[in-house]
Every structure is written in C-alpha cells, then in structure tokens.
Design a binder for this molecule. Structure first.
Ligand SMILES: Nc1nc2c(c(=O)[nH]1)N=C([C@H](O)[C@@H](O)CO)CN2
Length: 119
C-alpha cells in the first residue's frame, strides 16, 4: 500500500475556544496522508487511475474555510470523516497545526489516523 500526501495546506478559518477567537479568522496548516495503490496510475499514466490530490485539497480547503470549530480535534476528526466518506481511500492521517497558538512554540495541534474499517 502506497501513500499520497499533501503538506502544509493553509486555510483561514474560525477556530478556538476563547471569545476573541470566535471573532477573527486564523490560519491553520493541514497535513494529509492517504492510503493508495498507485501502480495502475503509474502503468497507465492516467489521472483517472489514481486519487486526484487536487480534488481532495479543494474539498478540504472549502470545508475548513466554512467551519467554526472550537477544537483542532474536532476539525481533524471531521476532515478525516469527509475524506473517508467522499474519496475511496482505505485510510487517512490528518494533522491539524495551529501555528502561533502557543507563544514560544512553532506550532501546536493534533494528528489522527482513521480507516474505513474503524467502528
Ligand atoms: N487540546 C486542545 N487544547 C487547546 C485547544 C484545542 O483546540 N485543543 N485550543 C486552545 C485555544 O483555542 C488556543 O489554540 C488559542 O489560545 C487551547 N487549548
């Protein structure tokens, strides 16, 4: 099993637990890894035989941009569910980074891995 990845997808959104965070937009950085078998596409050289990461990026960016979650955990869970539901991948790893949320830290956030077989 191979992996298609997408790193540092930056999206402006409403996210946070403090009142002042509900009134502004902040930038989150999203990293995705998705299970894929790339052999058919490598043999055909045809985009129709693989997961088009551009479509995933566009869908995730629109979803996160329209969201207003309190926690990065909720955002990560919903992104994973969206990808599993709408794209035929067996598993997905989602990392949501909230740069600048913690003074003195480069970034902070959560990383989760979910699969189609999770209950
Ligand atoms: N586990 C979490 N802890 C915290 C979160 C979060 O989303 N998950 N969020 C905050 C604040 O919104 C912070 O990011 C900004 O001050 C604090 N802790």
């Amino acid at each position: 099993m191979d992996t298609i990845f997408l790193s540092d997808l930056r999206v402006d959104t409403v996210v946070g637990i403090w009142d002042w965070e509900r009134k502004i937009r902040q930038t989150v950085s999203i990293d995705l890894e998705m299970g894929a078998d790339i052999r058919a596409a490598a043999a055909s050289d045809c985009i129709d035989d693989t997961l088009n990461y551009k479509l995933v990026a566009k869908r995730v960016k629109a979803f996160v941009s329209d969201s207003s979650f309190q926690l990065v955990e909720t955002m990560a869970e919903k992104i994973a569910g969206l990808i599993l539901d709408e794209f035929a991948v067996p598993w997905v790893q989602v990392r949501v980074n909230k740069p600048g949320a913690i003074r003195g830290a480069r970034d902070v956030g959560v990383q989760i891995r979910r699969s189609q077989t999770d209950d």
